[in-house]
Design a protein around this ligand. Structure first.
Ligand SMILES: C[S@@+](CC[C@H](N)C(=O)[O-])C[C@H]1O[C@@H](n2cnc3c(N)ncnc32)[C@H](O)[C@@H]1O
Length: 204
């Protein structure tokens, strides 16, 4: 059964901890340094919390493609982004190369962002390989995901693990480690005792 079905999609924006997790998405979008006219891919875009930020950054001459396997999450994103013709939403599996090529439609991407999505995927390498095929050389890449909080945030670890489990994420997956190997000029940030991890770099 789809974990991100109708009920979850309807409540997602309220219940997903945006005061915490929004910090990572805003950091990543800023660090991508998107320019007007660029094409950016949002992997596992969900209800589209990144999409307004991305669409504003690339402007009306750019393109934002949101890819997600949940039709219900995409429906929420579609509502959020109605009247923004630069945003295109595609339903499918990001680990399926044919789906990702379809999402690219007419050209490769200047940038890709994956926020709180790769840790849900059983085979991060397969997804990253599929995504890599539609990035232009030198494309910018942002990964935002979760790890166990430590230090003065360690008390929150049981809550963080439970939240990840309920969301279908593996808190110990550390998917940025797979992606980083193919990047140069990597910049990294961590917030809330390392619970929110952000990596932004340039694809080799
Ligand atoms: C925790 S939500 C994150 C949504 C959004 N990126 C955000 O920052 O709010 C994870 C999303 O990833 C999507 N997802 C998980 N695995 C996927 C896959 N293999 N292909 C495409 N989307 C996937 C889910 O449907 C869900 O919408």
């Amino acid at each position: 059964m789809e974990r991100y079905g109708g009920l979850v999609a309807r409540g997602y924006d309220l219940l997903s901890g945006e005061p915490l997790y929004g910090v990572g998405r805003r950091l990543a979008v800023t660090a991508l340094g998107l320019r007007p006219g660029e094409r950016v891919l949002d992997i596992g875009c969900g209800t589209g919390l990144n999409l307004p930020l991305l669409a504003d950054a690339v402007g009306p001459d750019g393109a934002v493609v949101g890819l997600d396997r949940s039709g219900a999450m995409l429906a929420a994103a579609r509502t959020k982004m109605s009247g923004r013709p630069s945003v295109h939403l595609v339903e499918g599996d990001a680990a399926d190369p044919a789906t990702v090529v379809t999402a690219a439609e007419n050209g490769s991407f200047d940038a890709v962002i994956c926020t709180y999505t790769l840790s849900l995927m059983p085979d991060v390498k397969a997804a990253w390989d599929a995504i890599g095929d539609v990035l232009r050389p030198g494309a910018r890449v942002a990964v935002v995901d979760m790890a166990r909080p430590t230090g003065r945030w360690a008390w929150a670890s049981p809550v963080a693990r439970l939240a990840c489990r309920l969301g279908g994420a593996d808190i110990d997956a550390h998917p940025w480690e797979t992606v980083e190997r193919d990047l140069t000029s990597v910049r990294s940030w961590s917030r809330f005792g390392g619970h929110v991890q952000v990596r932004v770099g340039v694809r080799r």
